[in-house]
Design a binder for this molecule. Structure first.
Ligand code: SF4
Ligand code: SF4
Length: 144
């Protein structure tokens, strides 16, 4: 199964070979969807993990034991239909096929079931029609 996580790295954990350890120790493939980590600073990484469900649970526990903060599906993507002009730019950056513009309507269609909440579509929209609505607003937005 697949699981999408936002990982928050404290300064001490930035240099850890996280994806290597996930692959070797838990047989989990980690696809990095977005990352902002500077050397010797804290950082944020959005990853899609693929593997056995029990191994995923063990891997998440291991990540937390290493001092990483885990944010599981912090919110949902929302499209403002009043602002969207169906240009399709966002669909070209979507890694999961959740956004599509095609025949017969040529209007943007959003399949929330396929959305990984990777947030790659948000900055791609020239009209700022895409937003992340947090399920837990007290967590604050994920750093861009
Ligand atoms: S957040 Fe946007 S780019 Fe990422 S999977 Fe969902 S719709 Fe696609
Ligand atoms: S990039 Fe923005 S305006 Fe274009 S289809 Fe996507 S949401 Fe609509």
């Amino acid at each position: 199964m697949k699981r999408r996580l936002t990982l928050h790295f404290p300064r001490e954990a930035v240099h850890q070979p996280i994806t290597y350890r996930l692959a070797v120790d838990f047989d989990i493939a980690a696809k990095i969807l977005r990352a902002q980590i500077a050397p010797n600073q804290s950082g944020t990484m959005v990853v899609e993990l693929s593997g056995d469900i029990d191994e995923l649970a063990a891997a998440e526990a291991w990540l937390e034991s290493q001092g990483l903060g885990l944010n599981r599906a912090p919110g949902q993507i929302q499209i403002d239909p009043g602002a969207c002009v169906d240009c399709g730019i966002c669909s070209s950056v979507c890694p999961s096929g959740a956004l599509n513009v095609g025949a017969p309507t040529w209007q943007l269609e959003f399949d929330a079931q396929r959305c990984l909440v990777c947030e790659q579509c948000i900055p791609s929209c020239p009209l700022n029609a895409i937003a992340l609505v947090l399920d837990r607003p007290e967590l604050g937005p994920v750093a861009p």
